[in-house]
Design a protein around this ligand. Structure first.
Ligand code: URA
Length: 476
């Protein structure tokens, strides 16, 4: 048995150097035990990670995956990664086999770590404190689901470069002194900074952006899981805000699930496995929302924060279908709230069509993108991904039963009509769909944003507003 002691729980370089030595020596995964720190006398021959160990070519995609996976809390992560690396020597294309159990498990770990980092970006709340010299500083207490503090701290340095701050966590603490980032060991919860006036600010802000008509308890709890509530000043408002909204939306709140039911989990697993629901079709929009988040029919779930389904009245007469959630929609779990959503909102207002009378959704429910530096750049979903996701749109159509469905752009048209429908050839005409609805095709709002020529942009925008007016007339 070979024994590897890593320097810390997040010692990626140590793991990499040890894995090099072990692979060079031909040690199979079953004969390696991985531990962190300490002196104790565990059985086995100690392997010392060496930076000079013989190099081997691990594919880039493996290394990119291994870095976040090391931050996962599961103790088996080191062994799983070594096992994957071991198999890659004989199965060079293994990383592309998404159905392989080991590959899927490691991707799952990376996905969970990504989510933990997103949650940290969303839920860290700084409180005003004083530094050693009595100057203004800020501190936040946070308990991340995985060990993402060091990896996520640069985000805060970029966002709050002019604030002296510390983020304290049980795993480790990050400090920004206006010039550079530093890290220190973790603390226990007694170091949570005291309440202060900033809390009132957050609470006022949160209460002002809270819209009872849009209340989705299930989605809200998913986006702001209870584990983070105790550190969030605004979370204290949640029960009050929910009960106030209840008076107007009793029905909706009563139906909203806080956890996916077993039926939903079964349904999503069935879709992922068989590619169809069979007899087991979703019976409510809440069920679709929970199932979409668990859907594994294509690989897009891996890099997305969550599945984003539609929102709007459960029996809206008009359905608007976009392409896929964008960066902001992926983080918030709601369709069309980013720049394209703003164009859509403006055009809807000009067409006299209140957005909250339409059911707004997308052809593809997970955000397809590629990373360029820190930016997540939109990528158009391919026909296979549209096909894989079509079951969810069809389920929304079956439940909402709109009179008119507007496809915004060509990806939406492919999903709504089941075949490519060029926009210019079909714009402005109602086309009968098999489910009794009439279909319309128009531009995607993001296309309007991208048009370089101002005159062409104004013309396309005017046509877009006309198309929405026609849709609203037909739906009325
Ligand atoms: N673009 C879309 O097609 N849908 C969204 O939800 C956001 C941007």
């Amino acid at each position: 048995m070979k024994l590897v002691r890593l320097g810390s729980e997040t010692d990626f370089e140590g793991w990499r150097a040890a894995a090099r030595v072990l692979r060079g020596l031909g040690v199979p995964p079953a004969e390696v035990a991985w531990t962190v720190g300490g002196e104790g006398d565990l059985f086995g021959e100690l392997v010392t990670p060496q930076a000079t160990a013989p190099a081997f070519a691990a594919p880039r995609e493996f290394i990119d995956l291994a870095r976040p996976v090391i931050l996962h809390r599961a103790p088996e992560r080191f062994g799983l990664l070594y096992h994957l690396l071991w198999r890659l020597a004989r199965e060079p294309h293994l990383m592309r086999i998404a159905s392989d159990r080991l590959v899927a498990r490691v991707h799952d770990f990376a996905h969970q770590v990504g989510k933990a980092s997103h949650k940290m970006k969303a839920f860290v709340r700084f409180r005003r404190v004083e530094d050693e010299a009595g100057r203004e500083a800020y501190a936040a207490w946070f308990e991340p689901a995985h060990r993402v503090v060091e990896a996520t701290a640069p985000f805060f340095a970029e966002r709050f470069p002019n604030m002296k701050w510390s983020i304290l966590t049980p795993d480790g603490c990050a400090h920004w002194d206006l010039r550079r980032l530093a890290f220190s060991p973790g603390l226990d919860a007694s170091h949570r900074p005291p309440d202060d006036a900033l809390e009132d600010y957050w609470r006022t802000y949160y209460a002002s952006i809270f819209n009872p008509a849009r209340l989705k308890v299930g989605a809200m709890q998913k986006e702001m899981p209870k584990r983070y509530w105790r550190n969030l000043p605004e979370a204290r408002l949640i029960p009050e805000l929910i009960s106030a909204a209840e008076a107007r939306t009793v029905d909706m709140v009563a139906k909203a699930p806080s956890e996916p039911s077993r039926r939903v989990v079964r349904l999503a697993q069935k879709v992922a496995r068989d590619g169809a629901y069979g007899q087991d079709v979703p019976t409510s929009l809440e069920e679709i929302a929970a199932s979409v988040d668990l859907c594994r029919r294509c690989g897009l779930w891996r890099d997305a924060t969550q599945g984003v389904t539609g929102e709007g009245p459960a029996h809206a007469s008009l359905m608007l279908v976009g392409e896929q959630p964008g960066d902001q929609e992926d983080l918030a779990g709601r369709p069309f709230i980013g720049p394209a959503g703003q164009v859509l909102d403006r055009a809807l207002a000009e067409a006299g069509l209140p957005r909250d009378r339409a059911y707004v959704t997308n052809a593809v429910k997970h955000f397809r993108h590629e990373l360029r530096g820190k930016r997540r750049i939109h990528q158009t979903p391919d026909a296979g991904e549209v096909r894989s996701c079509r079951g969810w749109l069809d389920a929304e159509r079956r439940l909402v039963r709109p009179r008119v469905i507007v496809a915004l752009g060509s990806t939406a048209a492919l999903a709504v009509f089941g075949k490519p429908m060029p926009i210019t050839a079909h714009r402005g005409q109602a086309i009968q769909l098999p489910d009794q609805a009439q279909g319309l095709i128009t531009y995607h709002p993001a296309y309007l944003l991208r048009l370089p020529d101002e005159a062409a942009k104004a013309q396309a925008y005017a046509a877009f507003v006309e198309d929405l007016k026609l849709a609203w007339r037909l739906a009325a």
